[in-house]
Design a protein around this ligand. Structure first.
Ligand SMILES: Cc1ncc(COP(=O)(O)O)c(C=O)c1O
Length: 384
């Protein structure tokens, strides 16, 4: 049996979600923009899903813009704000996902002043630094994530968004990892734009949403048939959107249950790892997503440990963000939290999902103690 401990990279599509989607491949397959009864049935399904996604995050249905996923939502938010006006300054958190970093770098190449808000060793952003920077008057956008995909750190971004609002600056929050794992209410969060993705919550890949609050004025990045209130052209992927809606409804209904289940696996694993020689846990004292744990084992590069766990025991973990893995670079998230490059290169992430059991934890612990160079040395000296 595979031991899949990489649920922050993606989750399997839930059976109920698949059941909800299947009819829209072979049955009511019409274009949701068509005016005939078949088109109207597809439109109804999209609208139902829109309400379900809105309900997960305390938004109104008309604030939901469906996209192809978290990456597109981040691009729509960042480029969509920036391209509405002349270049100025944009700020983003030091631990953001590459789906924020890359659009920011694209702005830098076009003359924007792009700056990183520093983070501390527990992954929290430096609010006084940002408040001071806002005082300069040239900042046009701030992007800060709610929960980090690698460390699981939950950032208290609301005061930052409040300061930005007071300064008249638009704010974006990447909530792709937070939604469905911790309670999330966009009004309490206080950002103008919030990114979501379906495949992190047992929905299909390739569908997500940008929640657009207030009268935030965005320049659409994909234009065509005027779908999604003119903000995202292209025939709606009805089956995927229906799947996102079903996944969001289940995530809302089972939020506490799923969080408790994940914590019931993560916390005992953390205790056992803390007792293992040579193991370092990252952001252990921070408030984190209940399913996530990132650590390093002395003597191991993160990717080498990942491959060893895969080959030896069929255990799937990640050496950082799935989008950055294979690049051999230390995690920019850990570097951003002040860790040195060697320590950061050792990072391995475990992210639990609803299918994991205590057997998976035991399998991981057994494999790690077999691999742990300190234990191997001990075992060798006992054998001699
Ligand atoms: C924090 C965060 N933002 C954005 C994304 C990108 O989302 P998607 O895979 O839907 O494009 C991810 C996915 O790994 C993520 O973890």
């Amino acid at each position: 049996m595979p031991v899949y401990l990489d649920n922050n990279a993606t989750t399997p599509v839930d059976a109920e979600v698949l059941d909800a989607m299947l009819p829209y491949f072979g049955g009511p397959y019409a274009n949701a923009s068509s005016l005939h009864r078949y088109g109207r049935a597809a439109r109804d399904a999209v609208d139902r899903a829109r309400s379900q996604v809105a309900a997960l995050v305390g938004a109104r249905a008309e604030q939901v813009v469906f996209t192809s996923g978290g990456t597109e939502s981040n691009n729509l938010a960042i480029r969509g704000i920036a391209e509405r006006g002349a270049p100025g300054a944009v700020l983003y958190g030091a631990t953001e996902h590459s789906a924020v970093l890359e659009p920011m770098q694209a702005l830098a190449q076009r003359g924007w002043q792009v700056e990183t808000i520093p983070a501390d060793a527990q992954g929290q952003l430096d609010l006084p630094w940002a408040e001071h920077r806002l005082g300069d008057g040239d900042v046009r956008l701030i992007s800060a994530m709610r929960a980090n995909n690698e460390t699981g750190v939950i950032s208290d971004v609301t005061p930052l968004f409040a300061a930005a609002r007071a300064a008249g600056v638009t704010t974006h929050c990447d909530a792709v990892q937070a939604a469905g794992k911790i309670a999330l209410d966009v009004t309490e969060l206080g950002a103008d734009l919030v990114s979501l993705s379906a495949h992190k919550i047992y929905g299909p890949k390739g569908v997500g949403a940008l929640i657009v609050l207030g009268d935030t004025d965005l320049l659409p990045q994909i234009v065509g048939g005027g779908q999604e209130d003119g903000l995202r052209g292209g025939t709606e992927n009805v089956a995927a959107i229906v799947g996102f809606g079903a996944a969001a409804a289940a995530a809302k209904a089972k939020l506490a249950e799923r969080a408790e289940h994940a914590r019931g696996l993560r916390d005992p694993l953390q205790m056992q790892l803390q007792a293992m020689p040579g193991v370092q846990i990252f952001a252990a004292d921070a408030q984190r997503l209940p399913n996530t744990l990132q650590f390093a084992m002395a003597g191991f590069d993160g990717e080498a440990l990942l491959m060893a766990l895969d080959q030896m025991a069929g255990i799937a973990v990640s050496s950082g963000s799935a989008c950055d893995s294979g690049k051999g670079e230390p995690s920019h998230v850990l570097l951003g939290m002040g860790l040195d490059a060697d320590t950061a290169k050792g990072a391995v992430r475990v992210s639990f999902g609803k299918h994991n059991t205590d057997d998976d934890v035991q399998a991981l612990l057994a494999a790690l103690s077999q691999l742990n160079p300190v234990n191997s040395r001990l075992m060798r000296s006992v054998a001699q």
